[in-house]
Ligand binder design. Structure first.
Ligand SMILES: CC(C)(COP(=O)(O)OP(=O)(O)OC[C@H]1O[C@@H](n2cnc3c(N)ncnc32)[C@H](O)[C@@H]1OP(=O)(O)O)[C@@H](O)C(=O)NCCC(=O)NCCS
Length: 170
């Protein structure tokens, strides 16, 4: 397991976030990230970064983004007490070292601090590694958990949901 430094991303982390985003099999539009990390942002989304502990090279190894749902789907009721884990990504060279697990715990703490009682996320039906990961933190599939054809390539999204605070399943 690797213990990264976990902190909020700031404007000066923009390039590092864009570089990591380029490693995402499903990258976000750069303009969204540029806006979210700019002083003009409405700060609706919290970018939580996992950085390497090397003082000379404080590299971004992973990223979680949480916020409030903007895109309400009729398939699933989301109330004001529900936060959304919108993005979770770890650099390929650092995977399977517990970085995503630590980001999830930090995202859960941050969501609780923001007043959310539940954290939900969407995951591609085919993304079994991520489903395994969420399962470890007690995320489960609620009723009506499938959003058919949600992604632009037609793949279904599965919703997973967990009560806060999160905990690691024994
Ligand atoms: C999914 C992802 C975030 C996992 O990051 P990570 O730092 O490697 O995850 P962790 O090391 O914390 O893994 C924790 C657990 O997740 C599960 N897991 C992670 N990667 C896995 C894989 N490739 N295959 C199967 N299970 C996996 C395992 O249960 C693992 O526990 P273990 O290592 O004790 O077996 C990373 O693979 C990634 O960035 N993928 C591309 C983006 C993505 O799919 N994001 C999620 C979108 S919803």
């Amino acid at each position: 397991m690797y213990l990264p430094e976990i902190r909020f991303c700031e404007a000066e982390d923009l390039q590092a976030v864009l570089n990591l985003n380029a490693e995402n099999p499903w990258p976000w539009p750069e303009a969204i990230i540029q806006y979210d990390l700019s002083p003009a942002s409405n700060q609706e989304l919290s970018y939580i970064g996992a950085f390497s502990n090397n003082i000379e090279n404080n590299e971004l190894l992973g990223l979680a983004v949480i916020g409030r749902e903007r895109d309400l789907k009729r398939d699933f009721q989301i109330d004001a007490k529900t936060g959304v884990l919108m993005l979770l990504l770890v650099a390929r060279r650092c995977r399977r070292r517990g970085v995503a697990s630590q980001l999830i715990m930090a995202a859960g703490d941050c969501a609780g601090y923001l007043g959310f009682k539940t954290l939900i996320l969407r995951v591609r039906r085919s993304n079994i590694p991520a489903q395994n990961l969420y399962n470890k933190f007690n995320f489960a599939f609620p009723k009506n958990a499938v959003i058919r054809g949600y992604y632009s390539d037609g793949e279904d999204a599965l919703i997973m949901s967990a009560s806060l605070p999160l905990f690691l399943r024994s």
